[in-house]
Ligand binder design. Structure first.
Ligand code: UT7
Length: 324
């Protein structure tokens, strides 16, 4: 028994903010940045920000509906929902339970969130694959959904220009043909402090910090190192070589990190799906958003080998190799 991607979907909130628009907004606060700096250091040109009332579950539902439509499945066929998010609607219940309810699913299937920050979608996909291959579930919605704009400090130019909001989803179904071929997940909690939102709810107030903190250079160095290693690990497990990869979909954080990963794997930039330029870093949503874009524009075709790679807070990282 394998699990296979049978549908993809995504959602971006309508409000698109270019670097220049953001730079102008920040200038009004006395914060200096520029389109040139952002493009040169990250490859980002624009990002989308959710409306004040829009939540991760709202966007997840839109992406899920589109994935279900492509899969030609009814929401009630879904017996497992995993949402990867670091910006859930509530402390609890999980965003996945809210998605289940908003989709009108009444079958009592399992629903839970995964918290692995920007590696969240790789973690969620690997988890769903194992649940399906065990025979416990047949049709899963695997979703990455984030409203990172809510945890950005717009007085900190080193982080607030990097992130955006959005959601991506896939339907993963039991299949006799592959499917997910291999996965590799890792974490090193000793690096928790280099990328974090070190706060919580305590006695009705926020204790600690409610804004994202990142030591950009430390994250950069670690990301470049682990992404190459984990890609080889997933390839070795599947008995494939990097030349077998048709499409590389790395976490969309920084074009320089992504290109370096592709180069180290011996892959030309043309084999990499890039959406960071238009979406910014949408954390757990970035990979399924990019996947959906490349499926819908016809680049990713049935039979293609796709490698996804996540890296982010925790510190966490992982890769999943699958055949469409
Ligand atoms: O999603 C999870 C994974 N996250 C990542 O993968 C992010 C990894 N890190 C990065 O992508 C990069 O480290 C950043 C894009 C965050 C920063 O790029 P960098 O090349 O490492 O820049 P830097 O931090 O070394 O800063 C260079 C200069 C500094 O000025 P000085 O000290 O050289 O005078 C910063 O103050 O750029 C300055 N700077 C800015 N200037 C204009 C920092 N942010 C900005 C800004 N606009 N927004």
């Amino acid at each position: 028994m394998y699990s296979r991607v049978v549908g993809t979907g995504s959602y971006l909130p309508p409000r698109r903010v270019t670097n220049q628009q953001l730079a102008d907004e920040l200038a009004a606060r006395g914060i200096e940045t520029s389109d040139e700096w952002i493009v040169a250091r990250t490859g980002i040109q624009a990002r989308h920000f959710a409306a004040p009332e829009q939540t991760s579950s709202d966007m997840a539902v839109e992406a899920a509906r589109r994935a279900l439509e492509m899969a030609k499945l009814d929401a009630n066929d879904i017996d497992l929902i995993i949402v990867a998010t670091s910006t859930p609607d509530f402390v609890f219940p999980s965003t996945a339970c809210l998605v289940q309810s908003k989709l009108g699913i009444k079958n009592g299937g399992a629903a839970f969130d995964i918290q692995a920050v920007c590696s969240g979608f790789a973690y969620a996909l690997a988890t769903a694959d194992n649940f399906i291959r065990s025979g416990a579930h047949r049709n899963a919605l695997v979703i990455g959904a984030e409203v990172f704009s809510r945890i950005l400090d717009f007085n900190d130019r080193t982080t607030c220009v990097l992130f955006g909001d959005g959601a991506g989803a896939i339907v993963l179904s039991a299949s006799e043909t592959p499917g997910v071929l291999s996965s590799a997940l890792h974490a090193d909690g000793s690096y928790a402090n280099i990328l974090c939102v070190p706060g919580n709810v305590h006695g009705g107030e926020i204790a600690g910090q409610a804004f994202l903190y990142m030591d950009g250079q430390a994250v950069f160095k670690l990301a470049v190192k682990v992404l190459e290693k984990v890609a080889h690990e997933a390839l070795d497990k599947a008995g494939l070589a990097s030349s077998d990869i048709d499409w590389l979909i790395p976490h969309q954080a920084n074009l320089r990190i992504m290109s370096s990963t592709a180069r180290k794997l011996g892959l030309p930039d043309e084999k990499m799906v890039v959406t960071v330029d238009q979406h910014g870093n949408t954390s757990a949503a970035s990979i399924p958003l990019a996947l959906d874009v490349a499926v819908r524009d016809g680049r990713i075709q049935p039979g293609h080998h796709v490698m996804i790679e996540g890296v982010g807070g925790g510190f966490t990282w992982g890769a999943v190799l699958f055949q469409m």
